[in-house]
Each structure stands twice: as structure tokens, then as C-alpha cells.
Design a protein around this ligand. Structure first.
Ligand SMILES: CC(=O)N[C@H]1[C@@H](OP(=O)(O)OP(=O)(O)OC[C@H]2O[C@@H](n3ccc(=O)[nH]c3=O)[C@H](O)[C@@H]2O)O[C@H](CO)[C@@H](O)[C@@H]1O[C@H](C)C(=O)N[C@@H](C)C(=O)N[C@H](CCC(=O)O)C(=O)O
Ligand SMILES: Nc1ncnc2c1ncn2[C@@H]1O[C@H](COP(=O)(O)OP(=O)(O)OP(=O)(O)O)[C@@H](O)[C@H]1O
Ligand SMILES: N[C@H](CCC[C@H](N)C(=O)O)C(=O)O
Ligand SMILES: [Mg+2]
Length: 497
């Protein structure tokens, strides 16, 4: 329990007083219990102010409002009413206080960018674990501390769950928390007021334009992650991919606008002067790359596969160098890093190879396919779809990429959600010129079966888009579906490598 005054920042109390007891906080009227503070937020689909009555009925003792027009109707209701000019910020600030400022006692690291967040955060987690730390991970796959899975949901949870999860992780003995911060989260202040130990920028390419509308807005949302890190910790450290034009803009912003000292920043990439990626050698089973750091010219060997993972590993290693790790330790332990579920996951078939990968953006699809083209000995058969109720403009771009970098394309369903699966496929087909290369099979399992039946000696089948997901969302139903499981069932005895 807290008193209202303990969770307030500079919001204005309209009715009631700051001694009001607060047993819990939420922005969801359905979750309100006795003596909760309810935050009414104007959302992207509905206005939370419409649920004030429900929150009161459920026992709210305090209502935070953003809209002054509700002041009058709340008069004389024996409820403490607080006015804020930004409900989302207030919710984050209050959640942080309610859960006793957990990030003050943890090393919380934010990873942001369109692709590579889950991978990079898991690589960081593995390194910290190998160095003896207890680590929490918050991201797309789940929220876990050590080996204990706490829950799962959005890539970045809402503020109440975010700060609560940090507190639970701290109470369970975590020293470090690595967290993916999505652009939605930055835009909606889900992690506002967290004291981050540092931040990593992986890349920015097209995705989520249904939400951000333009690439520039999308970029500004990502930039906000760095603004927020700097605002609450002037000592934070940063690792930035400067091969990416948006990475260079973030770097410029950190140095010239936020005035972050050079010694707090490390860059990585082929064009970097800090952690410079030189040559590399790819195979289906391991990767080796050389790099230059200061006067050291050296090599890293890992079981992770694909050029994009050289970037994710470089992001990780460069960040850890800034965090004081020994380079030799990082090199040696790279061999022990485990690949991440559903990211360039390889399953051996009878003579052919199946690769399962979470590529669900045009850039990710291009990257995985380019790496496969560097490795291939025969054809590439690509099976994929696109998520429903998500950015439609990426669909034809994914079609174009798949066509140009594969020999056969099998279009199928990803998570169609509330859209017609066939019309999603039509959108992808719009980007494909040579329709003869394409087979359309709406049912994902049948599409995978077809790919396997077509596979010849040394072919590679890429099954993209769902990676680790063990479900398929069709309409409002969530059905069990797991690409790797389906493949193993079909090729009976096919083993993962
Ligand atoms: C676009 C988006 O991010 N929406 C999320 C956001 O919605 P919102 O804040 O705009 O809220 P809203 O649904 O308009 O409702 C407004 C307010 O009314 C309240 N309400 C609503 C109904 C009710 O009965 N009672 C009530 O109090 C809501 O709690 C909310 O505070 O906050 C909601 C509550 O936390 C989320 O459930 C919702 O996720 C939607 C369903 C979603 O699909 N989000 C995805 C796109 C997302 O967040 N993805 C990112 C990126 C993924 C990645 O690329 O890695 C992620 O971090 O997962
Ligand atoms: N550094 C990278 N650059 C480009 N593509 C990448 C990179 N890392 C991963 N990918 C591609 O993106 C896919 C998803 O990777 P990952 O899950 O690490 O990204 P993410 O940023 O967490 O994605 P999400 O936004 O869905 O959480 C991979 O399966 C791969 O195809
Ligand atoms: N975090 C991403 C995941 C997309 C995964 C893909 N399988 C889909 O359902 O579109 C999103 O919500 O846009
Ligand atoms: Mg992720």
C-alpha cells in the first residue's frame, strides 16, 4: 500500500487529498480493485475516460484524468481526482514509485531497433550469465529471470507490468535486466522514468507504419528511447550501429543534442572506427568474423548463423566492452553462445535443410535470404505470409524480396488475425512479377508440407515470419502452431542443429 502523495509527481489534485490510500494502480478499468488508482488515458482505439464509472464501481479511490471536461461530473463523488497533462507519463512515474524505483537497484539495458532486439538482448543475457550475474530478460519471447519464466505478452509491457516485473526481478536477486524497448513502448511512455544503465540501437527499416504512419515518426519514436535514457541517467552507456543511416542520426543526436560524452558511446559496423567489422565466413553451422577494436585485430567464432547475427553479436560485444568486460573473455565465450529459438534455426531433413526464421519485415527477409544465398548449394524455397491487422505496406515489399532471392515462393498465412488470409496473400502478390514462381496455399501446415515434398538434394527451405511462436492467430482464435514442430513431424526424425 502507498499513499497518493508517494506516487504523485507534479500532477494537480482537484478533489480529495494526498493522504488517500492506494492499494494498486492500473489504466484498465476491468482490473480495478478496492482502493486502486485508475488512470484514464486517451488511447489509440478508445478513450479511457469512458470507463471512469466502471473503475469507480470496481472500487477506485483515486482517478487520474487527462481531460478537464470530466472534472464537473466527478464532483461530490467522494473520490480523489487528479488532473495530469499526460496520463501516460503520470502512469509510468506513479508505477515506478509504487514499485519502489526498482531500476535504481538494477542494471537495466534497453535494446531498440526494428530487427535484432530479441537476439541481441538474449546474447547480452547469456554473456552476463556466463560472467556470474543473475539476469532478467523482458522481450518478445517472454519475461524471465534466470530460468524462471514470469509471464509473456507485449514485447515491452505496459508501465504497471514493466515496473512490477522489474521489482519482482530485483526481489528474486537479479543484477541485470536486458529489455527490448519497442517503438510503441517509447511512443506510449511505457518505460518512462526508468533509470537505464545503457542503450543499444540495432537498425531501423520499414515496419509498423500502420501505427507510426511515416518512417520519420517511427524514427522519432526510436529516438525517444535515447532521450528517455539520457533524461534519467547522464552516465548511461550506448552502443550504436553506424552502418545504418538512422544509427548515424542517433549518434549525432546523442553527441550534439544530448551532449553525451564520447567515452560513453561505442559504435559498431563495417564503417565504425570503434568496433569495426572486417571479413566474415558463413556456413549453415557456424560463423566466423574478424574485427578491429583499437589496436586489436582479432576474430570471433560462434554457432550463431547469418550476417545479421554478426551485427547482433557486434552490438553485444561492443556494449560489453563499454561495460568493462575483457575482450578475451568475450571472444572465448562467443563459442558457447546458444542460438536463439526461431532465429536462423536449422533442421536437417533427408538431404535438404530447413531454416526457421522470425523474419517478418522486408529487411529481415532480405537479410536472411542474402545469407542463405551466400551459403546455398542448390535452390531456395521460401514459405511465408504476413501478419494481419499490421502494416500492410510491407507486404508487397516482402513479396518482391522473396521473389528476387528465392527459386520457389510458397505464399501462406502468418497470423491473419481479423483479416481475410487470401487478401493478405494478394497484397504480397502485388510485389511479385513472375507469378509462375509462386504457389499459394493458405493453410500453413499444408504449405510447409508442399515445400518439403518439392525439396531436392541440397535445397534449403526457408520458413519465415513466425520463428519461436507456438501459436497461430486466426480471427480471434489462438491455435497451437509451431513451425519447427510441424517440420519435424513431417520429416520424422529430422534433427535440429
Ligand atoms: C497500438 C498499441 O500499442 N496499443 C496498445 C495500447 O493501447 P492504448 O494505450 O492506445 O489503449 P486503448 O486500447 O486505445 O485504450 C485506451 C485506454 O482505455 C483503457 N480501457 C479500455 C477498455 C476497457 O474496458 N477499460 C479500460 O480502462 C485501456 O486500458 C487504455 O488505457 O495499450 C494497451 C494496454 O496496455 C495495449 O493492449 C494495446 O496493445 C495492442 C492490443 C497491440 O496490439 N499492440 C502491439 C501493436 C504492440 O504494442 N506491439 C509492440 C511492438 C512489437 C514489436 O515489433 O516488437 C510491443 O511492444 O509489443
Ligand atoms: N541485426 C539484424 N539486422 C537485420 N535483420 C535482423 C537482425 N537481427 C535479426 N534479424 C532478422 O529479424 C528477425 C527477428 O529477429 P529478432 O527477434 O531478434 O528481432 P526483434 O527486433 O526482436 O523483432 P520484434 O520487433 O518482432 O520483437 C530474425 O529472425 C532475422 O530474420
Ligand atoms: N512484434 C511483431 C511481431 C510480428 C510477428 C508476425 N508473426 C506477425 O504476427 O505479424 C508485431 O506484433 O508486429
Ligand atoms: Mg523481439
Amino acid at each position: 500500500m502507498k499513499l497518493l502523495k508517494e506516487i504523485l509527481t507534479d500532477e494537480k489534485i482537484i478533489y480529495g487529498n494526498q493522504e488517500t490510500a492506494v492499494e494498486g494502480i492500473t489504466n484498465n478499468s476491468k482490473k480495478v480493485e478496492k482502493n486502486y488508482a485508475f488512470f484514464a488515458i486517451k488511447g489509440t482505439s478508445v478513450d479511457g475516460h469512458n470507463f471512469i464509472d466502471e473503475a469507480i464501481k470496481n472500487g477506485a479511490s483515486v482517478i487520474f484524468i487527462e481531460d478537464e471536461k470530466y472534472i464537473e461530473s466527478l464532483k461530490g463523488k467522494n473520490i480523489t481526482v487528479v488532473l495530469t497533462d499526460n496520463g501516460r507519463k503520470s502512469l509510468a512515474l506513479a508505477s515506478n514509485r509504487f514499485y519502489d524505483n526498482p531500476s535504481e537497484k538494477l542494471k537495466v539495458i534497453a535494446i531498440t531497433g526494428t530487427n535484432g532486439k530479441t537476439t541481441t538482448s538474449n546474447l547480452l543475457a547469456q554473456y552476463y550469465e556466463m560472467a556470474g550475474y543473475k539476469v532478467g530478460v523482458i522481450g518478445t519471447i517472454n519475461y524471465r529471470v534466470g530460468d524462471e519464466i514470469l509471464s509473456s505478452g507485449h514485447t515491452t509491457p505496459d508501465p504497471v507490468e514493466w515496473f512490477k516485473t522489474l521489482k519482482v526481478m530485483k526481489d528474486k536477486g537479479a543484477d541485470v535486466v536486458v529489455a527490448e524497448v519497442s517503438s510503441h513502448a517509447a511512443d506510449q511512455y511505457r518505460v518512462y522514468s526508468t533509470k537505464f544503465h545503457g542503450g543499444i540501437f540495432t537498425n531501423l527499416t520499414q515496419d509498423h507504419l500502420d501505427y507510426h504512419q511515416t518512417m520519420e515518426n517511427y524514427f522519432l519514436a526510436k529516438r525517444r528511447v535515447f532521450e528517455q535514457i539520457d533524461k534519467f541517467n547522464k552516465e548511461a552507456i550506448y552502443s550504436i550501429n553506424v552502418d545504418d543511416e538512422h544509427g548515424r542520426r542517433i549518434l549525432d543526436y546523442l553527441k550534439n543534442h544530448l551532449k553525451v560524452n564520447d567515452d560513453k558511446i561505442i559504435t559498431y559496423g563495417k564503417t565504425s572506427e570503434d568496433f569495426k567489422i572486417l571479413d566474415y565466413r558463413l556456413s549453415l553451422f557456424e560463423t566466423e568474423f574478424s574485427y578491429k577494436y583499437k589496436d586489436t585485430l582479432s576474430k570471433i567464432k560462434t554457432k550463431l548463423r547469418g550476417v545479421f547475427n554478426i551485427y547482433n553479436l557486434s552490438a553485444t560485444v561492443s556494449f560489453l566492452i563499454k561495460d568493462g568486460f575483457d575482450l578475451k573473455f568475450l571472444e572465448e565465450k562467443a563459442l558457447h553462445l546458444k542460438p536463439i529459438k526461431g532465429r536462423f534455426e536449422v533442421i536437417e531433413g533427408q538431404g535438404f535443410i530447413v531454416v526457421i526464421d522470425y523474419a517478418h519485415t522486408p529487411d529481415a527477409l532480405e537479410n536472411i535470404l542474402k545469407s542463405l544465398n551466400e551459403i546455398k548449394e542448390n535452390r531456395i524455397i521460401t514459405v511465408f505470409g504476413a501478419g494481419g491487422n499490421r502494416d500492410k505496406t510491407k507486404r508487397p515489399l516482402m513479396g518482391e524480396t522473396a521473389e528476387s532471392l528465392s527459386d520457389v515462393v510458397i505464399l501462406t498465412s502468418d497470423n491473419p488475425r481479423n483479416e481475410d488470409p487470401l487478401s493478405i496473400i494478394e497484397d504480397i502478390l502485388d510485389g511479385i512479377k513472375d507469378k509462375d514462381k509462386v504457389i499459394t496455399i493458405v493453410d500453413r501446415k499444408q504449405a510447409i508440407e508442399k515445400a518439403i515434398s518439392l525439396a531436392k538434394e541440397k535445397d534449403i527451405i526457408l520458413i519465415a515470419g513466425k520463428g519461436h511462436e507456438n501459436y497461430q492467430i486466426i480471427g480471434d482464435k489462438i491455435l497451437h502452431f509451431d513451425d519447427a514442430e510441424v517440420v519435424k513431424e513431417i520429416i520424422d526424425g529430422g534433427k535440429g542443429v
